[in-house]
Design a binder for this molecule. Structure first.
Ligand SMILES: Nc1nc2c(ncn2[C@@H]2O[C@H](COP(=O)(O)OP(=O)(O)OP(=O)(O)O)[C@@H](O)[C@H]2O)c(=O)[nH]1
Ligand SMILES: [Mg+2]
Length: 349
């Protein structure tokens, strides 16, 4: 899972990146030559539980990779997003749009979350529109009424109305025809409202939630600078400072929960003496495709999955006891993997 932090220059993307990763990338003016890369681990107490039982050599949490991409100046926005930024945005699975609510003395514009949300969304729509129009020109010249042309006609209608592609319902076949374009306005997106230190637990700016919902994006609030400073403290000390801010969990934990909810993600687990591990999966994925997350050979040679629900494992205590209690299920390739499934794939290559 790869997430891109995007937004206008000086909105606090790098500050948020630091708060989430615990890294110390340079912020402020002159810190914009290249994108920052970082990982965060998805906290999962189920892995701790499994590790107690299996005593594996290794335990591995699921990870979310982050790219903090370099932002454009808000005032240059009429020109459209530059191609380097668009390229960085195309390769991620989801976008987190950082919107500024604090006063940034290096910027001339006063903060206005709704203005920036609208403007950046318009930029994303515009950059997709250019691609869609170019493709549609070619399709129209061919003169045939293909499913591809029907799809691109629908895309152009949506984008010309100023609406992002993520609001449309696509079939599997549609998605296949769009894959190579990696449209930015089609990517799942979350707005991260970056507020001053004393506003972390205040209500969202008026009307922002509605505006975000109309665009198919969820909203999360964070006091970026304060939370970046807290993330540098020893874990034991962090909680007291967080409660001063009026929040109950770290920026990272809140963020991971929000991303999982917004992107409809689950984790499935594998357990053994070598490794206990959590794997990220989109809800609704079948067993065979889930196996492919581990290795393409396992997907190709898939025979069946042996599955124990984590809660059953917790009740029974061991794999053998689960077996005795009839809690170990054999599932075929079309089984839809559930959150917390402890899965062992049988395969043959
Ligand atoms: N008061 C306040 N200042 C912040 C907050 N977040 C960031 N800043 C400050 O705003 C300035 C810009 O922050 P950055 O994190 O570098 O912003 P950016 O979006 O990465 O900027 P570019 O990489 O230039 O696009 C820095 O001086 C930060 O210290 C915040 O939540 N509150
Ligand atoms: Mg930055």
């Amino acid at each position: 899972m790869k997430v891109g932090l995007v937004g206008f220059a000086g909105s606090g993307k790098t500050t948020v990146f630091n708060a989430l990763t615990g890294l110390k990338a340079n912020t402020g003016l002159g810190a914009k030559e290249h994108a920052n890369l970082g990982m965060i681990k998805v906290p999962d107490p189920r892995i701790e539980f499994l590790a107690e039982v299996y005593k594996p050599k290794k335990k591995t949490l699921a990870e979310i990779a982050f790219v903090d991409v370099v932002g454009p100046e808000a005032k240059k926005s009429e020109k459209g997003l530059d191609s380097k930024l668009i390229a960085d945005m195309r390769v991620v699975d989801a976008l987190v749009h950082v919107v500024r609510v604090f006063d940034n003395p290096t910027l001339t514009q006063a903060p206005d979350a709704k203005r920036d949300l609208e403007a950046f969304e318009a930029e994303m729509v515009f950059s997709d529109l250019i691609m869609v129009e170019a493709k549609l020109d070619r399709l129209r010249k061919e003169g045939k009424k293909t499913p591809e042309r029907t799809l691109f006609e629908a895309l152009v209608t949506q984008l010309e109305a100023g609406k992002p592609l993520r609001l449309l319902d696509f079939s599997e076949a549609d998605r296949a025809m769009m894959t190579s374009f990696a449209f930015v306005s089609a990517k799942p997106c979350m707005v991260l409202v970056n507020v001053p230190d004393d506003q972390a637990s205040k209500p969202l700016p008026e009307g922002l939630e509605t505006m975000a919902r109309e665009r198919g994006v969820s909203v999360m609030m964070m006091a970026g600078r304060a939370e970046a400073e807290i993330s540098e403290l020893p874990p034991a000390e962090q909680l007291a400072f967080l409660s001063d801010l009026g929040v109950t969990a770290s920026a990272r934990d809140r963020f991971v929960n929000a991303v999982y909810a917004q992107l409809d993600l689950i984790s499935f687990l594998t357990a053994g003496d070598d490794e206990c591990r959590a794997w990220t999966l989109t809800r609704g994925t079948n067993a065979r495709r889930a196996a492919g997350k581990i290795h393409s050979d396992i997907e190709r040679g898939f025979i069946r999955a042996e599955v124990i629900a984590f809660n059953d494992f917790k009740t029974c205590g061991t794999e053998a006891k689960c077996r005795e209690a009839g809690k170990l299920r054999l599932e075929g390739k079309d089984y839809i993997v559930q959150d917390g499934d402890i899965t062992h794939f049988r395969f043959n290559v």
